[in-house]
Design a protein around this ligand. Structure first.
Ligand SMILES: Nc1ncnc2c1ncn2[C@@H]1O[C@H](COP(=O)(O)OP(=O)(O)OP(=O)(O)O)[C@@H](O)[C@H]1O
Ligand SMILES: [Mg+2]
Length: 331
């Protein structure tokens, strides 16, 4: 199991890095093998930052990331290489993940150099073909070609095949569908379903609610670096607890609706704020004692379990954990 436990990330911003931007705040969730978890939030909510911290492409400023209970935040050298045997990532733009100067074989050779130095050529070719077969590609279709000679969908599947060459248990898939056309999207989505059936745990990062709803067992909704709600996907989409989740769901364009009809429901964006009358389910639950906060420290986790496995955060949190929507006396 891959676990994030109150993970934080602060970027230094401003001309001389004199200001701080808290991109991820106290984020805790779990990813099991054989499940897809959607991480959903609008642009800038911190989704990629979380993905990159899991992949160890970015340093963590606080909290723990563990795999089977082992903290991976401080891994270096051989231990980090070993971690990447099990945890791999695929990103939004397949073309920018490749060096246009090299044929795509180079992508695989890099992995061979790191993890399979002793493997004979025949065995390596077999391994490569097996990996490509999982993503429905024939070696002859794609190898010995330059990235621009492949379609976006082929290249994205090829990058997934590369991620599968090692003994991958967890895959961070960061907006991997968004640059593909509609017909290729469904292929790649279904491929993720196959990988899940093979036992992979997939963190499916998206700003598209309908994709998350289609593919995942569990959903985590992120706003400004904080989790506002998480739970089983049917519960989050069917009985959303947080007004922000409700607003996101209401903003999804429906095929039968026209732009004018959409406007009333679509106020997505950084300017969103809960209505002043909106009750805070998180603070009400903590005050009433009717919910379990996770993990054991409610101030640290800032989520309350309202129903079985369905968590909600404060409706409008201040930095100190109090609620801007409720007077202190009622919290
Ligand atoms: N290297 C960086 N230096 C400074 N700030 C950064 C850096 N990377 C991201 N940020 C900021 O951190 C916040 C979270 O960014 P992040 O890329 O994680 O968002 P995101 O949810 O993936 O957005 P998108 O949907 O647009 O990809 C944003 O405000 C972004 O501007
Ligand atoms: Mg992103």
């Amino acid at each position: 199991m891959l676990t994030l436990d109150r993970v934080n990330k602060t970027y230094k911003v401003g001309t001389f890095g004199g200001k701080e931007l808290r991109a991820v705040r106290d984020v805790s969730f779990e990813l099991h093998e054989g499940e897809v978890v959607s991480l959903i939030g609008e642009s800038g909510s911190g989704k990629s930052t979380i993905g990159k911290m899991i992949l160890r492409l970015l340093a963590v400023n606080g909290g723990r990331i563990t795999v089977d209970g082992v903290d991976v935040v401080g891994l270096k050298g051989a231990a980090l290489r070993d971690y990447h045997r099990h945890v791999q990532g695929v990103f939004q733009d397949p073309f920018s993940s490749c060096n246009p100067v090299y044929k795509v074989d180079h992508l695989f050779n890099v992995i061979r150099d790191i993890y399979f130095r002793g493997l004979a050529d025949d065995a390596w070719q077999e391994k490569l073909a097996a990996s490509l077969a999982i993503v429905n590609l024939e070696p002859g279709q794609v190898l010995h070609k330059y990235p621009h000679q492949l379609s976006g969908g082929q290249l994205q599947r090829l990058l997934i095949a590369r991620a599968l060459l090692v003994d991958t248990r967890y895959l961070v898939a960061d907006e991997i569908i968004s640059m593909l056309d509609a017909s290729t999207r469904i292929d790649v989505l279904n491929l993720l379903g196959d990988l899940k059936a093979r036992g992979l745990g997939i963190l499916f990062i998206t700003h598209d609610l309908s994709l998350g709803n289609y593919i995942s067992e569990r959903t985590v909704i992120l706003r400004r670096g904080r989790i506002v709600e998480m739970g089983a996907t049917p519960a989050v989409f069917g009985q959303p607890l947080h007004p922000y989740t409700r607003m996101l769901i209401a903003s999804v364009p429906q095929l039968h609706q026209k732009w004018g009809e959409m406007e009333a429901g679509s106020r997505a964006g950084t300017g969103w704020a809960p209505a002043p009358t909106e009750p805070c389910r998180y603070h009400a639950a903590l005050a009433g004692g009717g919910a379990t906060a996770i993990p054991t420290d409610p101030a640290g986790s800032r989520l309350a379990e309202i129903e079985d496995g369905h968590f909600v955060g404060c409706v409008q949190p201040n930095d100190d954990g109090t609620c801007a929507s409720r007077p202190a006396s009622s919290v």
